[in-house]
Structure formats: C-alpha cells, structure tokens
Design a protein around this ligand. Structure first.
Ligand code: FNR
Length: 342
C-alpha cells in the first residue's frame, strides 16, 4: 500500500473509530460561582503558546500528511478555515515531502491560503535536525511539532521497531532551530517522567495529546489480520496527562489535545493547566461530513460557548481561567492520587 493510500485509510478509519469521549474530562467539575462580577464584553480569549501570542486558545492539530489530491484538498480547506477564524494550524507529518519533492505542494498550499497565520511544521522523532530545518523552511513555519507515536508504529505492520535516541534527536533539533519546538504525543498522553526528560533537553512547549479521542491503535488494528487489541485501551487520558505534564515540567507551556470536541473540554483543559488546545479528529469529521461552512460555524459557536463559560466563572482572561476552581473525582482523582500528583 502506498503512503498516500495509507493516509487516506487513516482518515477513513479515524472518522469511524475515533472520538471515544473517554478523555477524563467527565471527572473534572467546575465549582459554580454565584458572583462572577464580569460581563461578556470583558472576556478576552487571547493566549500564549510558549512565546507565540494567539487570538484564541484553540487550533487545528496535525492531521493530513502524505501526497495525493485528497490530502491537498483537505489541507487547502483546513488552511482556509484557519485563515478565516485566526486559528493556528499544524501540518501533518512532512517526512513524505522531505523524501519526495513531488509532495511538497500538499503542505505549501497551507501557507499559500493562510499567508499571515501561525503554522506548525510537523515531523516524527525519527527526524534529524537537518530534516527539521527543511520542514520549517518548506512552509515558513512559526514552530515545529515533533510527534511521538510509539504505539502506532508498533501496531502498524510496516512501522518502526527501534525507538533508541529519540530524546537525543529532539535535543539536537531544539538546539538548531530558530523557532520553538513543540513535542506532542498522538493520542496516548505524555507522562510526568517523559515531560521531565523533554524539559531537561530544552523543550518549552508540550502537547499532551492524551487518550480518549482519536485512537491510532484501533485505527491501525482495523488493518491488521491479527489485531494487537491490547493496545486499544492503552494510554494516559487527556485530563490526567495535563496534570502529569504540569507536575513533571511545571514551567513548560502545555497544550491539551486528545478528544477535544467542545468549549467545555477547552475550559476544563485550561483549568487543569493548559494554555491552548489542539483539535484534530473532531474538526476533520465536521469538515468531511458537513463541509467547510459548517466547520466555520462550529468554531464560531465554540468561541461563543467558551465566552459564556468564562463569564459564569468570572474568568476574564485565559490566565484567570487557569486559576478557576475545580474538583476532580472518579478515575482521574484515583490516577492522580496513585501517581503522587495533587
Ligand atoms: C493525526 N495526528 C497526527 N499527528 C501528528 O503529529 N502528525 C500527523 O501526521 C498526524 N496525522 C493524523 C491524521 C489523522 C487523520 C488524525 C485524525 C490525526 C494526531 C493528531 O494530531 C492528534 O494528536 C490526535 O488525533 C488526538 O487528537 P484528536 O484527534 O482526538 O483531537
């Protein structure tokens, strides 16, 4: 199967098997405040992702990589939505374009359509610093995402089997690049131990990409004759992963992702310590099922809903929302207790 066919397969399976809603946010409750002392017009959604200032805490997370007309069309539509709504957008893995020049246009189109927007380049942790420089240059990216996807690779029959020295390559990439490096998971969550290692090599932004949304074990298992189903329930929920990273690397800028579908998921992510939130599978499914107009509408509604939630909490800014009062119950409480995270 070609890389383009495999990517199309991913999209098809992501839409069917993804978005499980087991991200742990059901265990996070806001404490109602009867005297919020603010109004809708005072709410400001601006935030910082590391040193990048952005108008809204939500962005379009990495999705479609590889070549082909379908990928090109999806990237063009996502870029147009990002441009219209002022959302940062991450590219899918650019490794295919680094190896095959004919695929470069699939990525360049995102910069062409979204001239002044914030774009994150994307490569896996197998990338060298020289490849990282090329990925950033390819689209004039404002940051580079380096993704970690051990479980997906193991479940993929043709996937990598050697994960030695990923942290060394990340350290080298951080040293060489002029733009910030975001290290992200791909739906299995970052632990406090991994976060500490990343912090030690100079990574300043971590995207937890936790369990509970798109599930790459399930997606890859759909294509296997003998499924490795023991990985289907594997991973740290998004809610727990935010707390893990905050504990393991307290000064990093935290991005929440993994199953984010609503303003309430965003608000809870921020209250747990994130400063921004990436959405992948959900936005893709709205785009594929209902089209670009409906996706624009959905993003507008999420911004409105987030504003109302912030009014109810009396949180006028994202830093205020980070300080809002929450109670954690159920499995997430148990997990954090067992892990010595308060
Ligand atoms: C992804 N994701 C991803 N991540 C990455 O860093 N590079 C990539 O190339 C891809 N490709 C990709 C394709 C498709 C079809 C999907 C749905 C997702 C992972 C994505 O960025 C995110 O980490 C996870 O999907 C979890 O978030 P959601 O989907 O639950 O919001």
């Amino acid at each position: 199967m070609s890389r383009a066919e495999r990517k199309a397969d991913h999209i098809r399976h992501a839409l069917v098997t993804g978005q499980m809603r087991e991200h742990g946010f059901e265990d996070v409750m806001f404490v109602h405040q009867s005297l919020p002392n603010t109004s809708v017009k005072n709410i400001n959604l601006e935030t910082n992702i590391g040193t990048m200032n952005v108008k809204t805490p939500m962005f379009i997370n990495a999705m479609t990589g590889g070549g082909g007309d379908k990928t090109y069309a999806i990237n063009k539509q996502l870029a147009s939505v990002a441009n219209e709504c002022g959302l940062p957008i991450a590219l899918g893995s650019q490794m295919s374009a680094i190896k095959d020049q004919s695929e470069v246009n699939t990525y360049k189109v995102v910069r062409e359509v979204n001239r002044n927007g914030i774009i994150f380049a994307n490569l896996g942790s197998e990338a060298t610093s020289e490849q990282a420089l090329r990925a950033v240059d390819m689209v004039g990216a404002n940051a580079l995402q380096v993704h970690l996807n051990v479980i997906q690779e193991l479940v993929m029959p043709e996937g990598d089997r050697n994960f030695i020295n990923a942290i060394k390559r990340i350290e080298e990439i951080v040293k060489v690049l002029q733009v910030p490096v975001i290290v992200k998971e791909t739906g299995f969550g970052i632990s406090k131990e991994a976060a500490t290692l990343l912090k030690e090599v100079g990574v300043s932004i971590i995207d937890v990409s936790g369990f509970g949304g798109t599930n790459f074990s399930k997606i890859e298992n759909e294509r296997r004759q003998h499924p490795m189903s023991y990985f289907n329930d594997w991973g740290i929920t998004t809610a727990a992963a935010i707390a893990e990273v905050k504990h393991g690397a307290p000064t990093t800028s935290i991005i929440s992702s993994g199953g984010i579908q609503s303003a309430m998921d965003i608000a809870k992510s921020i209250a747990l310590g994130a400063s921004a939130v990436g959405m992948a599978g959900f936005l893709l499914s709205v785009l594929m099922n209902d089209g670009e107009e409906q996706l624009l509408n959905e993003i507008k509604l999420i911004h409105e809903d987030l504003t109302y939630i912030m009014v109810a909490l009396g949180a006028e800014t994202i830093p205020d929302l980070q300080k809002s009062k929450i109670v954690i119950k159920g499995n997430t409480h148990h997990w954090l207790n067992e892990r010595g995270i308060s």
